[in-house]
Design a protein around this ligand. Structure first.
Ligand SMILES: Cc1ncc(COP(=O)(O)O)c(C=O)c1O
Length: 389
């Protein structure tokens, strides 16, 4: 039976999270299926940035205390912790995902002296591959690729893995892989960029050791917003990261000679906190107030399933490139098409924004905080028009 626009509108009428779209400022007529690359702007962000400028002007350097800038990194870490199954004092907001990966990867290798290998997936996000390569060059270690058959054995110091694959959306078995790594005495370092805020993540239940993630995708912190790093409590005293700037010092303002790492994940900071980005992120995270990740997940599954069903009906040229089981993929659905780039450029002119990953992947993200079922319907209709033109 053909799915109609009314069917989509009915799904929206029954959606318990429909009101959350009001928390965002999305241009009329645009269907934004790229929130898995850069989230949409939450309404509170512009006001928060204006207030920040006012605090700065009024209190000048004292605003580090009066406006709470000095404690933002830890406070935001605590807000993100609830979305990734961590304790508030296991997460810090700082730097970029790539930078945090570098610091934690070096720290992980230092925690496993004498081990010769870092394991990663060749399919991982390129920056993760490049950082792992750089760390191996720096420390004289081997880089092995899990998906090319490298074993998890007693030579492995750390396994680096994305929780959700950026191309296919496939969800990794975090608990299973962590258990295998631990059985060989290795640590795990998870990249949560494509999971936090979109699918339930439970670092604690999985026994994960270390993790990194960005805040500009499903967390809507804005372009270049600061990333976060997680260190399980049991490892926090052992983590020795290589960029020992004053930001990670236990007594930054004592201005002493030797480096003493701050307690907890705060030692992963390097220098001045990116306050403007953190102020925006703080306001952006308000969009998650009163919402459970489980409810967001249910809605994202419903949106993704509608897209898949409509694509099967109306976009016969697209080849599925994501797991068919909605519970085995994150909040995105990918398809392959030899003309993916051209099609996406053409639909963008009709207000449908999705993204292209070379050589021929179309990636459609379903950010459950602000997308409606009718958006999904309209997007597929416009893509079908472009493909049949
Ligand atoms: C899975 C994954 N890891 C790492 C990165 C890089 O993040 P950053 O730009 O914060 O270094 C991205 C960026 O899109 C990503 O998707």
């Amino acid at each position: 039976m053909t799915i109609t626009r009314d069917d989509a509108l009915q799904l929206d009428a029954a959606d318990p999270l429909a009101h959350l779209r009001e928390r965002f400022d999305i241009p009329d007529g645009v269907v934004y299926l790229d929130g898995n690359s850069l989230g949409a702007p939450p309404r509170g962000v512009a006001d928060a940035l204006a207030a920040f400028a006012g605090d700065w002007r009024r209190d000048l350097i004292h605003a580090w205390g009066t406006a709470g800038w000095g404690t933002l990194a830890a406070r935001l870490g605590g807000r993100i912790a609830r979305l990734i199954g961590a304790a508030a004092d296991e997460v810090i907001v700082t730097d970029t995902t790539s930078g945090n990966l570098f610091k934690l990867l070096v720290a992980a290798c230092r925690m496993r002296p004498g081990r010769s290998t870092v394991l990663i997936e060749a399919a991982n996000f390129p920056s993760d591959l490049y950082i792992a390569q750089g760390v191996c060059e720096l420390l004289g270690l081997e880089l092995g690729y899990l998906d090319e058959g490298a074993p998890i054995d007693e030579t492995v110091a750390v396994v680096v893995h994305s929780h959700v694959d950026f191309r296919t959306g496939a969800i990794a078995d975090m608990a299973g892989l962590t258990e295998r790594a631990h059985a060989a005495g290795a640590l795990t370092l998870w990249d949560l960029c494509h999971s936090a805020g979109a699918i339930p993540v439970d670092l604690t239940a999985a026994g994960a050791d270390l993790a990194v993630g960005c805040t500009y995708k499903y967390l809507n912190g804005g372009p270049g917003s600061p990333a976060y790093a997680y260190v399980a409590k049991r490892l926090q005293d052992q983590v020795r990261q290589p960029i020992t700037g004053w930001g990670g010092h236990a007594r930054r303002f004592a201005m002493t000679r030797g480096f003493e790492p701050a307690p907890g994940p705060a030692r992963l900071q390097v220098s001045q906190a990116p306050v403007i980005g953190m102020v925006a992120l703080d306001a952006a995270l308000d969009a998650f107030d009163g919402v459970t990740v489980e409810a967001l997940r249910d809605k994202a599954v419903s949106l993704g399933e509608l897209f898949v069903a409509l694509a099967a009906e109306r976009l016969p040229g697209l080849k599925p490139a994501s797991p068919g089981d909605p519970l085995a993929r994150g909040s995105q659905v990918s398809f392959a098409h030899p003309e993916a780039e051209r099609i996406l450029a053409a639909v963008a002119e009709h207000g449908v924004i999705a993204d292209f990953r070379p050589p021929e992947t179309m990636r459609f993200g379903f950010a459950p905080l602000y997308l409606r079922h009718v958006d999904v319907y309209d997007a597929v209709r416009r893509i079908a028009d472009v493909m049949s033109a």
